[in-house]
Design a protein around this ligand. Structure first.
Ligand SMILES: Nc1ncnc2c1ncn2[C@@H]1O[C@H](COP(=O)(O)OP(=O)(O)O)[C@@H](O)[C@H]1O
Ligand SMILES: CC(=O)OP(=O)(O)O
Ligand SMILES: [Mg+2]
Length: 400
């Protein structure tokens, strides 16, 4: 059996999955967490169940080694499942990368060059690539970019209304992110409903630690809420999402915040964390349930912003057929889904409370039978999509 190893690196963690190249079955998956802290943690799910270890993981190279140790100790054996490719999630591909791309030294330089446009993500993605190349020097490594799916945005959607020449020189425009997830989820939604992708107008809400909305017309991304960087748009775990750009100017002048301070503030100390002191939605919800006003407001701001985007994207699409929730919060937080959709009957959206409250790991309908818009929960699987695209790239390169 041959397989694809997929690495989804974040700033302080990475997720991985070993996926059978023929059957697409997940042979193993896991998570390496708290990289850079003194007490790192690995979770590995293989053929013998789940195993966990705590150890110091100073960087991604050590983290990658810890993952290989878990494969060696718990299986499945990487010798018995030779790798066709290692697929890497890379968040920012700029204007250059639209396709899954075999990683060469030049590609690495380009990914590094885009780091200032995705400071939480691209440096970590690159560290993961370098660690993986050291461990598997003879296997093709493929980068799959979050930005790729949004290459179909029209100029009026990707252009910011600032000095055109300055914007061009500094690559300032909307790129959009979570594209691998938006693509996978919108295609899965159409297949699940047995309706032609080309005829559907969809909104996908990817609500994880990072969060973004995407309007998908006939399978093409036509608008998305993240912008030049993964900071714009929805309220996220630690990121602010939308705000008046003059807030930055004001804080620079009045609170003497430097550009690095502002970067840190908006990317790492805002969103749910900034509003309520907690960046994890489960903690925010628990606190709100106990009567914590700051947590309740954080939820209200999150919900208000989501309604705003659903309305705007329905208008842009001209009609809405399918609305899908995905990622950690979208898949699991039934209360949030109900809050977001309440009052949206004007758009033809009617939730079925019982269907919404059901927990499941499968794609499912949560709208009422008389809802004009079909509302779904579809678990995302960025790793599966990356493995598919990695195999395509490798087979394309070898003409196989
Ligand atoms: N049962 C749940 N209810 C609410 N939120 C949840 C639940 N389970 C997970 N989450 C949220 O999902 C988020 C992580 O989502 P995920 O898609 O894994 O994000 P990322 O890939 O960005 O790390 C966490 O911040 C957590 O708040
Ligand atoms: C692009 C992005 O925000 O990714 P994540 O949600 O994994 O942080
Ligand atoms: Mg994610």
């Amino acid at each position: 059996m041959s397989a694809v190893l997929v690495v989804n690196s974040g700033s302080s963690s990475f997720k991985y999955q070993l996926i059978d190249s023929e059957t697409e079955k997940s042979l193993a998956s896991g998570l390496v967490e708290r990289i850079g802290e003194s007490s790192g943690h690995t979770t590995h799910r293989g053929p013998n169940g789940t195993s966990e270890r705590s150890l110091e993981i100073p960087d991604h190279t050590v983290g990658f080694r810890a993952m290989l140790d878990a494969f060696a100790a718990e299986g499945p054996s990487l010798d018995e499942n030779p790798l066709d490719a290692v697929g890497h999630r890379v968040v920012h591909g700029g204007k250059r990368f639209f396709e899954p791309t075999i990683v060469t030294p030049l590609v690495e330089i380009n990914i590094e060059d885009l780091s200032d446009l995705a400071p939480l993500h691209n440096p970590a993605n690159l560290e993961g690539i370098r660690a993986a190349k050291k461990a598997f020097p003879d296997v093709p490594h493929v980068a799959v970019f979050d930005t790729a799916f949004h290459q179909t945005l029209a100029p009026e959607a990707y252009t910011y209304a600032i000095d055109a020449e300055l914007a061009e020189r500094h690559r300032v425009r909307r790129y959009g992110f979570h594209g691998t997830s938006h693509k996978y989820v919108s295609e899965t939604a159409a297949a699940y409903l047995g309706r032609p992708l080309g005829e559907l107008r969809q909104i996908v809400l990817h609500l994880g630690n990072g969060a973004s909305a995407c309007a998908v017309d006939g399978g093409r991304s036509v608008e998305t809420s993240m912008g030049m960087t993964p900071l714009e748009g929805l309220v996220m775990g630690t990121r602010s999402g939308d705000l008046d750009p003059a807030v930055l100017i004001h804080l620079a002048r009045r609170a003497q915040l430097s550009t690095d301070d502002l970067d840190e503030l908006l990317n790492r100390r805002s969103g749910l964390l900034g509003l309520s002191g907690r960046g994890d939605m489960r903690d925010v919800r628990r606190a709100a349930g106990r009567g914590d006003d700051a947590a309740a407001l954080a939820l209200q701001v999150t919900v208000h912003r989501l309604k705003h985007y659903i309305g705007a994207y329905t208008a842009l699409l001209g009609r809405l057929d399918v609305l899908t929730f995905t990622a950690g919060v979208g898949e699991n937080d039934a209360a949030l889904r109900a809050e977001v959709l309440s009052g949206l009957e004007v758009l033809g959206i009617r939730l079925d409370p019982e269907r919404n409250a059901t927990t499941s790991r499968e794609a499912r309908v949560i709208s009422a039978d008389d809802s004009a818009v079909t509302v779904l929960v579809v678990p995302t699987n960025e790793e599966l999509e990356i493995s598919r695209q990695s195999l395509e790239a490798v087979r394309g390169a070898t003409g196989g």
